[in-house]
Design a protein around this ligand. Structure first.
Ligand SMILES: Nc1ncnc2c1ncn2[C@@H]1O[C@H](COP(=O)(O)OP(=O)(O)OP(=O)(O)O)[C@@H](O)[C@H]1O
Length: 292
């Protein structure tokens, strides 16, 4: 049992390929408390999105993915639950916002069809007229003018920022206790991204929704998260309260993330790899009992 809403313990992931197993996560442990906003930060390829997909139970459906460890959600070990139970949680108790709305909004259906389907996942049997009213109210919450017009539109008829707001409204439609936000707004221009993030923060704070916020951008995280975990090549290298982490970063990788825009190559940073030798074990010891 755990008192945190989300409690991930010793999560490991490897992909089976022609040349054998490629290890991607090497024992990730993290917690998100009720109403807490927690960020997972690291460069491209460090393992942020796969962590999110494991929480949602999506990777476990892939035959090439070998997952071990525990994901406790609301006190239940999800890894021990049948697939059907996990699928039932998606879009209801836990939902996800992706960086690019076009990857989750279906281009061939108007927004209303997709919105009503989402609402029906949370309340089976809801009448169409009621679902429509609820959708209008949710779109109003995300500051969408003329929600009726937006409901009748196809995603391609809306701007990127508008689609992102629609996604946020849909993700919050069934009042999830956990929202996983994977670099929301990265595909948008900086001003629209900032507006989207402020809006999302207001909404989750008002509703008391817990958030796991995934990003490569420490600047964005500073604005948004209560606590931060830093991930590097499938390992957590540091975590702490946001204020503390920014004022007293201990790990060389965290310092590198702060000092400059990280090189988003996925290949790692040679200087950090060197500095990591020896440092990583010391950090793990330092954080023992907290991150492990
Ligand atoms: N289905 C898959 N099969 C094989 N390897 C995969 C698969 N999905 C992800 N990976 C690998 O797992 C590693 C972690 O990927 P992940 O998408 O979690 O990175 P990320 O930190 O979210 O990066 P980004 O910010 O670019 O999304 C990468 O090396 C990626 O190539």
């Amino acid at each position: 049992m755990s008192d945190a809403l989300l409690d991930i313990r010793d999560l490991r992931l490897a992909f089976k390929g022609y040349s054998g197993l490629t290890e991607v996560l090497h024992g990730i442990s993290l917690k998100v408390g009720a109403g807490e906003k927690v960020a997972l930060v690291g460069e491209s390829g460090s393992g942020k999105s796969v962590t999110a997909r494991i929480i949602l139970g999506l990777l476990q459906e892939l035959r090439s993915a070998k997952v071990s460890g525990s994901v406790f959600f609301d006190g239940q070990d999800l890894e021990k639950q049948p697939l059907k139970v996990r699928q039932g949680l998606r879009g209801t108790s836990m939902s996800m916002i992706f960086q690019d709305p076009t990857s989750s909004l279906n281009p061939v259906y108007p927004i209303d069809v997709q919105f009503i389907e989402v609402l029906r996942r949370g309340s089976t049997g809801i009448a169409e007229a009621d679902a429509r009213l609820r959708a209008v109210s949710l779109l109003t919450d995300v500051s969408i003018p003329e929600p009726e017009r937006v409901l009748a539109s196809y995603p391609f008829q809306l701007s990127g920022g508008m689609n992102q707001r629609v996604m946020i409204a849909m993700a919050l439609a069934n009042e999830p206790s956990l929202l996983i936000a994977d670099e929301p707004g990265t595909a948008l221009d900086v001003t629209v991204q900032a507006q989207t993030l402020h809006l999302m923060r207001d909404l989750v704070e008002r509703r008391g929704t817990s958030v796991l916020f995934i990003s490569h951008n420490l600047g964005v995280v500073r604005e948004f998260a209560d606590r931060v975990y830093v991930i590097y090549k499938g390992r957590l290298v540091e975590h702490g309260e946001t204020y503390e982490l920014f004022h007293n970063p201990r790990h060389p990788y965290t310092k590198a993330l702060m000092a400059a825009v990280p090189r988003i190559t996925g290949g790692g940073i040679p200087e950090i790899d060197e500095a990591m030798d020896g440092f990583h074990d010391a950090m793990i010891d330092h954080e023992a009992g907290v991150s492990r």
